[in-house]
Unconditional design. Structure first.
Length: 609
């Protein structure tokens, strides 16, 4: 009966799917399943009498463990290098029906594939660890079912904890700075677990030793069979990067504030002269926003000729790499408004030292140029006034000296004369000399008044109304001399002038044309006017005696200069109106031929002062 049981037991063991062997106390195999024999490559007929120490290696450690009569596992490999296989065997005591240990039961599994996977995983982990150490990016893994959290060494290093530190989710979240960062990471983790939403956020943590630092925390859910089972993520120390970026932003804000508040137009152009940066002054000048100016060239903003000049300047700076400093330029915008600038253009280099564009700086000097022009005009006027003063001093000196000498001579004659008739005649000459002196003084006072009265202001006057007023005042004089006046001036022609000066100018030019008319023909006076860019030209022409300009051209407007033998000629009228015209910022010229008449052109400045 026992023999039958052993045979049944043998066939049962032989067919077990689990590789199993029965080993006696001396280490000899007494029975084994086919699967176990296949693992070791033993034929069933050769199984009896196989020594396990030959299979597992003669080892004192193995003998000692078998002697302890307790269950243990052993991982080992068999075969040569190319055919090497990894096995895991479990050794358990083998009892008889009386609970006596009669040997060992061995169950063996081929774990070659698991070992291979483990080794591949070790390689991957090693690579990850190496990359983590090099890139300073830590990783973490959270298993949702077991609530286990794994931190790699770099992650622990970032948190300043010991390598033996075992994290949990609560403590991990607590590392984030209280407030925004802690609330944010808690919400991100919750969304990742419940909604499968990945995240990547810059946040602040407080390390184990109390140091605050910026980190980039990222996480991604891992799905199995459509269910989120894990979260895998990374964490990177970006404190230096964020601090540097913050410092750079701060410096940029300072630089932007400085550039925007400079009283200068500042712009940056690329190599194609497109604007890539503008400050507030440049925007205000061009009356556009920075967004509207970026990408624009000077051809989009200025007149074509001005844009061409600017582009040539840009190309010269880019080509020579030499700055253009303090050049006076005139910018004419599309709306026609012109502005004077003191412009500088400086080459701009990239981090590699290559030319990448230019920086432009422009200072609006329009007001300064106007002041400069005003100063130049003032200097010119002062120069003219000085010349007039010198000339006037000579005239005063000469005329008053002449009158003084005449008075002295007549008084001497009077004191020596005894004849009453002659005395009366001398007294009459003294009266005439006195009247002449008074007239001279009046003329001189009038000239002084013209050159010193700066309070008189110009105003727009209708030229024809002023002419009509003069003609009315001279009506008898003009009728007596049979004067024909031809007025070609438009009825609405306006001129900027001091009213009294305009009347004086018209009066003197008309009376002179009549005084110096030809005895062979009736006087004809023609009046014309035309507007220039900034002036109005008033012309008075006659058909009179004319003036020899080659002989008297430089003396026509001199004081007391006459050119015809007329008793009523005093040579003061043209001198006075010349002073009046120049006092208003204008000028007067004359064209004339002897016996063909003369044309006087008066240039009125049309800008109101």
């Amino acid at each position: 009966m026992k023999a039958v049981e052993r045979i049944a037991q043998h066939y049962l063991l032989k067919q077990l799917p689990k590789a199993t062997a029965l080993v006696a106390m001396d280490g000899m195999v007494s029975d084994a399943s086919d699967s176990w024999l296949n693992i070791f490559g033993i034929a069933p007929k050769d199984s009896i009498g196989v020594n396990i120490f030959a299979l597992y290696g003669e080892s004192d450690a193995l003998r000692e463990k078998l002697m302890e009569s307790r269950t243990f596992s052993l991982r080992h490999c068999i075969g040569k290098e190319m055919d090497k296989r990894w096995l895991e065997s479990t050794f358990a005591p083998w009892y008889d029906e009386k609970e006596n240990i009669i040997g060992t039961i061995i169950q063996t599994d081929d774990i070659s594939r698991e070992v291979e996977k483990e080794r591949e995983l070790e390689k991957v982990n090693h690579i990850l660890k190496t990359k983590s150490e090099v890139s300073q990016v830590g990783c973490w893994e959270y298993t949702i079912e077991t609530e286990e959290l794994f931190w790699c060494d770099e992650t622990k290093k970032i948190h300043h904890v010991d390598p033996s530190y075992t994290p949990n989710v609560t403590d991990a979240i607590a590392f984030y700075k209280q407030g925004y960062s802690r609330n944010k990471i808690a919400m991100l983790v919750h969304s990742a677990i419940n909604e499968g939403t990945p995240f990547n956020k810059k946040l602040t943590i407080v390390t184990q030793d109390g140091e605050e630092k910026w980190v980039s925390a990222a996480g991604k859910p891992v799905l199995e069979n459509g269910k989120i089972v894990k979260l895998f993520g990374t964490i990177q120390d970006i404190n230096v990067q964020v601090t540097t970026e913050t410092r750079i932003k701060h410096h940029q804000q300072l630089l932007t504030a400085l550039i925007d508040n400079l009283p200068l137009n500042v712009f940056v152009k690329d190599l194609d002269s497109r604007k890539i940066l503008v400050n507030k002054a440049e925007c205000q000048y061009l009356e556009k926003s920075a967004k509207d100016l970026i990408g624009k060239t000077d051809f989009d903003l200025y007149e074509t000729e001005v844009a061409k000049i600017s582009r040539e300047e840009d190309l010269e700076v880019i080509r020579t790499l030499k700055p253009m400093l303090g050049k006076e330029t005139i910018s004419i915008k599309k709306n026609g408004k012109a502005t004077n600038f003191l412009t500088s253009k400086i080459p701009l280099f990239d981090l590699e030292g290559k030319i990448s564009g230019l920086i432009g700086i422009g200072m609006d000097i329009t007001a300064m140029k106007k002041k400069e022009d005003q100063l130049r005009n003032l200097i010119n006027i002062t120069s003219v006034q000085n010349k007039k003063l010198i000339n006037f001093a000579h005239i005063v000196s000469h005329n008053l000296r002449s009158h003084s000498a005449n008075f002295s001579m007549l008084l001497k004659f009077l004191s020596e004369e005894e004849n009453e008739t002659e005395k009366a005649h001398i007294m009459e000459m003294l009266n005439q000399a006195s009247d002449s002196l008074l007239e001279t003084l009046e003329n001189l006072n009038q000239v002084v008044d013209i050159n010193t009265n700066v309070t008189l202001s110009k105003q727009p006057l209708n030229l024809n109304l002023s002419i009509s007023k003069v003609r009315q005042n001279l009506s008898a004089f003009l009728e007596k001399n049979k004067v024909n006046i031809i007025n070609n001036i438009p009825a609405d022609m306006m001129v900027w002038s001091v009213p009294a000066y305009l009347d004086s100018i018209i009066l003197n030019l008309v009376t002179n044309a009549v005084k110096y008319s030809s005895p062979d023909r009736n006087p004809i006076i023609t009046m014309d006017a035309k507007k220039g860019e900034k002036t109005l030209i008033f012309s008075v022409s006659d058909n009179g005696m004319g003036i020899d300009l080659e002989r008297y051209g430089d003396k026509i407007f001199g004081m007391y200069k006459t050119f015809h033998n007329r008793k009523d000629a005093k040579g003061i009228g043209l001198y006075i109106i010349k002073n009046q015209i120049e006092a208003m910022g204008g000028s007067i010229t004359v064209n004339s031929e002897v016996d063909k008449g003369a044309t006087f052109n008066v240039y009125f400045n049309e800008e109101s002062k």
